[in-house]
Design a protein around this ligand. Structure first.
Ligand code: AMP
Ligand code: ZN
Length: 115
């Protein structure tokens, strides 16, 4: 697991690395994925560092609720509120950044089968 100081997404939260923040609330920020897989592909992350969604849920359920509220807000703004919210947990599931993030995907008819 990355330590927060080495964590790319912590740097976005701290503002020490630039990214275009598309929405935010007190506990979470949203920014565009650098490698979009759909017309709308936004990542939502808590401002605090947790490795994955289950760790976040156990430690701070309200922060997870706030994260999902932000995902919904982005999806309403950009995809008429129809979207997929994905949390990859662990390398085998495709997690490559170990600061929990939800992928908000939408803007077209989405396929189902994971590659
Ligand atoms: P995951 O594979 O579920 O851990 O998702 C990590 C996501 O972060 C991938 O979809 C990457 O495209 C995305 N990503 C990696 N680096 C950046 C970056 N600098 N800015 C925005 N998104 C990024
Ligand atoms: Zn982090």
């Amino acid at each position: 697991m990355s330590l927060p100081l080495d964590c790319l997404f912590c740097k976005f939260v701290a503002g020490t690395l630039a990214t275009e923040i598309v929405a935010q609330n007190e506990r979470a920020i949203a920014f565009r994925d650098i490698n979009p897989q759909a017309p709308v592909h936004v990542l939502v992350i808590p401002r605090e560092h947790y490795a994955d969604v289950a760790t976040l849920a156990a430690a701070d359920p309200q922060a997870l609720a706030d994260l999902i509220e932000l995902a919904q807000e982005v999806a309403l703004d950009e995809a008429d509120g129809e979207y997929r919210l994905i949390f990859n947990s662990g390398p085998l599931a495709g997690q490559s950044v170990f600061h929990v993030h939800g992928h908000v995907l939408g803007g077209r008819k989405l396929g189902w089968t994971p590659a």
